[in-house]
Design a protein around this ligand. Structure first.
Ligand SMILES: Nc1nc2c(ncn2[C@@H]2O[C@H](COP(=O)(O)OP(=O)(O)OP(=O)(O)O)[C@@H](O)[C@H]2O)c(=O)[nH]1
Ligand SMILES: [Mg+2]
Ligand SMILES: [Zn+2]
Length: 310
C-alpha cells in the first residue's frame, strides 16, 4: 500500500461517470471504489449523501472501502426496467418543489409524497414562482388539502419572497434534497440558499412551463448557514418501489395512490379525499383498470387476511 495512505471518513457530494467527489475535512477527494463493490448490488454502490470510509492516497485521490449504514434512502424505480434506483441517501427533509405556473399538478405532487413516505423522510412542499401566480393563496390551500399535514409554503426564488422559510429546516446540520420537475426552480433555489450562483439554470418553455433538464447530476452543497442541500435533475418519470410490487405488480399504481388517500380506512369508492377516485376523475387511472383492481382485492380478501398499511 501507498506510504501516504490513511483511513478517513467523508461524504459523497457528487457522482461522476467513473468516480465520486467525496468531501472530508474540507477537501474534495476524487474517489473510486474498491473492486468488490462490483460484485454487489447497484443499490449498495456509493450514492450522493452517503458517508463512506476511504483510504486517502496522494494528490487528493482516494479509494472508497465501504459505505456506512444509511439513515434514509430515497428510491424510485428506473423508467427503463423497473429496477430500484437510489436517488440520494441520509436526507432528513424532502423539499418537493412545484412551480405555480403550468408545472402545478396535484396528482404529481401526491406521487412525490408517496416517495417521501416510502423513504421515511419529512416532506415539505415548496410552491415556487409565486411571483407569476394570481392565486397563490388558493393554490396553497388546495395543496394543503391533499398533502396530509405536510408543511406547504409559497416562495419566489427569483425575487427572494418567502425564502427565509427554508432556514429552520436546516437547523442541527440537517440534510435536505430538492425534488420536482425540470424547470420548477430547484437550482434557482439552490443558488439562492448558497448566496451565489453555482448551479446553471435555464428558462422554461413558454407554452407549458416545461424545463430543459438543465441539471444533469445530483450534487450536495454545504450551506453557508449550516446544513446540507442536494440539488437533483428534474425527473422525467416517477416510478415507485413498494413491497406490494412483487405480488400485485400491475396494480402498483393504484396501491401507491392509496397512501395519499385522506383516511387510512378509505374504501376508494365513496370516501372523501380519496386519491384513487381523484386519479380516476382526472383520467390518470383508467376506470376499467380500477374495476379489475377491486375485483382482485375482493378475491384476495376471501383467501388471505388483509394487509395493514403501517
Ligand atoms: N418567475 C420566476 N421564475 C423562476 C423562479 N424560480 C426559478 N425561475 C426560473 O425558472 C427557470 C427554471 O429554473 P431552474 O432553477 O433551472 O429549474 P430546475 O428545477 O433546476 O430545472 P432542472 O435542472 O432542469 O431540473 C429559470 O429560468 C429560472 O430563472 C421564480 O421564483 N419565479
Ligand atoms: Mg436544475
Ligand atoms: Zn381511497
Amino acid at each position: 500500500m501507498d506510504e501516504h495512505a490513511q483511513t478517513i471518513e467523508g461524504r459523497v457530494v457528487i457522482e461522476h461517470k467513473a468516480s465520486y467527489g467525496v468531501l472530508a475535512d474540507g477537501i474534495e477527494y476524487i474517489a473510486t471504489v474498491r473492486g468488490y463493490f462490483h460484485e454487489g448490488a447497484a443499490r449498495d454502490f456509493p450514492k450522493v449523501g452517503d458517508y463512506v470510509v476511504m483510504t486517502a492516497l496522494e494528490k487528493g485521490k482516494a479509494v472508497i472501502e465501504k459505505v456506512l449504514p444509511r439513515s434514509s434512502e430515497v428510491v424510485r424505480k428506473s423508467a427503463h426496467d423497473d429496477t430500484p434506483q437510489v436517488i440520494v441517501t441520509n436526507v432528513d427533509v424532502m423539499f418537493i418543489v412545484m412551480g405555480l405556473d403550468a408545472d402545478y399538478n396535484l396528482r404529481r405532487l401526491e406521487r412525490y409524497l408517496v416517495l417521501a413516505q416510502q423513504a421515511g423522510v419529512t416532506p415539505v412542499i415548496v410552491l415556487n414562482k409565486m411571483d407569476v401566480s394570481d392565486s397563490v393563496l388558493q393554490q396553497t390551500q388546495e395543496v394543503a388539502a391533499v398533502c396530509g399535514g405536510a408543511p406547504v409554503f409559497a416562495v419566489s426564488a427569483k425575487s427572494g419572497e418567502g425564502m427565509e422559510q427554508f432556514v429552520s429546516y436546516f437547523e442541527g446540520e440537517k440534510t435536505a434534497v430538492l425534488l420536482g420537475s425540470s424547470g420548477a426552480g430547484k437550482s434557482t433555489i439552490t443558488n439562492y440558499l448558497l448566496s451565489h450562483s453555482t448551479q446553471e439554470t435555464q428558462e422554461v418553455r413558454e407554452d407549458d412551463s416545461r424545463g430543459r433538464h438543465t441539471t444533469t447530476t445530483r450534487e450536495l452543497f454545504t450551506l453557508p448557514g449550516g446544513g446540507f442541500l442536494i440539488d437533483t435533475p428534474g425527473m422525467r418519470e416517477l416510478g415507485f418501489v413498494s413491497e406490494q410490487d412483487t405480488t400485485e405488480g400491475t396494480f402498483s399504481d393504484i396501491e401507491l395512490l392509496t397512501y395519499a388517500c385522506k383516511f387510512s380506512n378509505c374504501d376508494h369508492i365513496k370516501s372523501a379525499g380519496c386519491a384513487v377516485q381523484n386519479a380516476i376523475a382526472t383520467g390518470e387511472i383508467d376506470q376499467k383498470h380500477f374495476d379489475n383492481y377491486m375485483k382482485l382485492q375482493q378475491r384476495s380478501a376471501e383467501t388471505r387476511p388483509s394487509r395493514k398499511r403501517d
